[in-house]
Design a protein around this ligand. Structure first.
Ligand code: WT7
Length: 659
């Protein structure tokens, strides 16, 4: 028995279902189970429920336009502005002094913005963007750490109708350049640096390296002075501006929110896929904002007056939808934290929950597993009684971690929503509703009202309960991606080709996840079925990592798979064949790791690099990753009869065990 088992009482280890507490149900935004039928019987008009969370300038006349499937349009002739919906209207309804954003820096410095203050700075920065030549429909790249200027820049872009493309600050210079090139983005907002575990990081240096690889002219760069020290001694060029100067020269400026069509692009978000090239997921103004507002209300149970904290980074979709757009659209107070969960101590997050009296907390299973490993004394030393709801996202949560979270963070009095969704879905798709559904640890729950998800077999037939199959979504939803930026063909290939029957007018969305269904219609997600691995809730393409490895001098070929990892869920395992004349030694291993960090970022860093003479391949030359996964996980090796070189499997295994 491990320590964490001891921490869980036997009673909980056995328990398979949990009811939401009465105290939660009594105050829940949604507590009437009829909502499922109401949505189903009134589809697609049911989605007006989501659109009603927004203020529309021109009302839409049609909820769904499905005349050109699968290019669905939602609320398509309506007009609105996302920045207006996240800021101005809350001021107009008398909540100008309510806190919109509470920010905590790693060193304990804090900043807080009321809706009025947010309004002021967003307007000033929007005026600044215009003065730098940004026009509606220009893609602005934001490469920024977790500082308030990031959501301010996003909302300023939204205000003038310029789609943003946020690149996670932990990504490398090359990853930044790839995304700027793909989007043809001529404007960059970044920062001099940020703190991570007490150390200032030179972020602007990385941004500069990225800019050097941008193939078109970059008109302007804005740099936030986060470190306030010019620690790394960078000078700004003529077309590079300091954030404060931009703000100061536009003091008190007002920028009318630009009227956007519901289907106009709000932002692009690049995500990994099966090929080496990231996919530019396009989200729109009306459908996306309505969907994130609705799910913030229905699933996160948020209301104005709540203090809500999602511990993700805004550089990923979770932060876009559930730190910025959803919570601000419903007018809540959203908390942002710059640093690491274990700095300076392992109770940092609980200290903040106590300090801000957080009502709703949303995090990733990888974090829960780390908390569990660190032990219950850390949350135990803080008053967490303000919490009323907990959530998880990004990967499956194992029942033991779920129960630990339920007991040690939620004090057995907070429901947990395990929310399945993706960059492409814009918002949550599968989850219990916290005031209604019975919770089953490990299972995300039923599809949300109005979401038509199924689990099917390879012939497209519904699987029977207990069986594993493929997750599909049979009907469109407002938050869905509209296409892949300038690549309709890949959009069809990646998401629709597999299970649709266009001749029969049947379009089915395939998220590339495996899943199981139970008798109650609860869906348990089993993980990706494509060559994408999920490290700490972050999606990484094996092809992207492989191409970084093979461009290292001395490497002939490489295969990357996901192996099980206690905290991260999955970790990167690389199998590498060296070029003639090179040795698979510590030095080469080091340059491979560096190469991956340069091409993608530290999150993609291989946990293990194994050198081998050959890779297991089928007769047609395809690498059999399944076998490499089995080796990485120390599992029994499955069928090798279709291999051209079955003997290599034993060789790799033998090497692994002798290492
Ligand atoms: C993939 C999407 C959604 C924001 C974070 C990740 C996995 C997501 C769950 C969950 C099991 C989950 C899926 C999905 N995933 N949520 N609750 N249970 N798996 O966004 O990078 O687009 O990755 O994350 O495999 O396809 P993403």
């Amino acid at each position: 028995m491990t320590d964490s088992d001891v921490e869980l009482e036997a009673r909980l280890v056995e328990q398979e279902t949990f009811e939401p507490p009465e105290s939660f149900i009594d105050q829940a935004n949604i507590s009437d189970p009829d909502i499922y039928d109401e949505f189903e019987n009134n589809w697609p008009e049911c989605w007006e429920r989501a659109a009603e969370f927004l203020d529309w300038e021109e009302d839409y006349s049609e909820v769904l336009d499905a005349s050109d499937e699968p290019y669905y349009e939602w609320f398509s002739d309506g007009t609105l502005n996302a920045s207006y919906n996240c800021i101005d209207r809350h001021i107009e309804t008398g909540r100008k002094n309510q806190t919109a954003i509470k920010w905590e820096g790693e060193h304990g410095s804090t900043r807080s913005y009321t809706y009025q203050e947010l309004y002021r700075e967003v307007n000033e920065f929007a005026a600044g963007l215009r003065s730098l030549g940004v026009e509606a429909d220009d893609v602005v790249t934001l490469y920024m750490p977790m500082i308030p200027e990031l959501p301010i820049a996003m909302l300023a872009c939204a205000r003038i109708g310029a789609p943003h493309s946020v690149v996670f600050a932990g990504f490398s210079a090359k990853a930044l350049a790839t995304r700027m090139n793909a989007a043809g983005s001529a404007h960059l907002i970044t920062a001099d640096g940020y703190y991570r575990r007490g150390e200032p990081l030179d972020h602007f240096g990385k941004a500069q390296d990225g800019l050097a690889d941008v193939e078109h002219t970059v008109e302007a760069t804005v740099v936030v002075d986060r470190l306030e020290t010019n620690s790394f001694g960078h000078d700004l060029d003529d077309n590079q501006h300091d954030w404060d100067t931009i703000i100061n020269t536009h003091q008190g400026a007002r920028v009318d929110p630009v009227s956007r069509n519901a289907e106009d692009m709000l932002f692009l978000m690049y995500t990994s896929g099966t090929t080496g090239k990231p996919k530019g997921v396009k989200h729109t103004t009306g459908g996306y904002l309505a969907y994130t507002a609705w799910t913030s209300h229905a699933v996160l149970d948020l209301e104005p007056g709540d203090t809500y904290w999602c511990s993700a980074d805004i550089g990923w979709i979770t932060g876009h939808s559930y730190i910025v757009y959803g919570p601000l659209a419903v007018g809540t107070t959203t908390v942002m934290y710059e640093g690491a969960p274990d700095y300076p101590e392992r109770d940092r997050l609980w200290e903040l929950v106590e300090k801000y009296a957080v009502d709703v907390f949303y995090t990733a299973p990888t974090a829960v597993r780390a908390f569990m490993k660190w032990g219950k004394s850390h949350p135990g030393s803080h008053d967490l009684s303000s919490l009323r709801l907990l959530g998880t996202v990004g990967e499956p949560i194992n029942p033991r971690a779920w129960k630990w979270y339920y007991t040690n963070i939620g004090n057995e009095s907070c429901p947990i929503v395990d929310t399945w969704w993706q960059t492409e879905t814009g918002g949550m798709m599968i989850s219990t509703l916290p005031g209604i559904g019975e919770m089953k640890p490990g299972s995300a729950g039923p599809p949300l009202p109005g979401v038509d998800a199924s689990v099917i077999d390879t012939d497209g037939e519904q699987i029977s309960p207990g069986q594993a199959g493929y997750l599909t979504v049979e009907k469109p939803w407002p938050g869905m991606l509209r296409t892949l930026y300038q690549n309709d063909e890949r959009f069809i290939d990646e998401y629709w080709r597999e299970y649709s029957d266009p001749d029969a007018g049947d379009w089915t969305y395939f998220p590339e996840d495996g899943a199981k269904l139970d008798e109650d219609g609860y869906i348990t997600i089993l993980g990706r079925v494509d060559d994408v691995i999920n490290v700490s809730g972050h999606r990484l393409g094996t092809m992207e990592i492989e191409s970084a490895i093979v461009s290292t001098q001395g490497v002939a070929e490489a295969a990357v798979v996901g192996g099980n990892h206690e905290i991260k869920g999955e970790a990167v395992y690389a199998y590498v064949i060296t070029e003639d004349g090179y040795n698979g030694d510590a030095e080469l291993r080091e340059s491979i790791i560096e190469g991956v960090e340069d091409a993608i970022g530290p999150i993609a860093r291989p946990e293990q690099v194994r050198f081998t003479e050959e890779l297991p391949k089928t007769r047609s030359g395809k690498i059999m990753r399944r076998l490499l996964e089995e080796i990485a996980n120390g599992e029994e090796i499955g069928d090798t009869t279709t291999l051209r070189n079955p003997e290599i499997v034993d060789e790799i295994e033998a090497k692994v065990s002798s290492d």
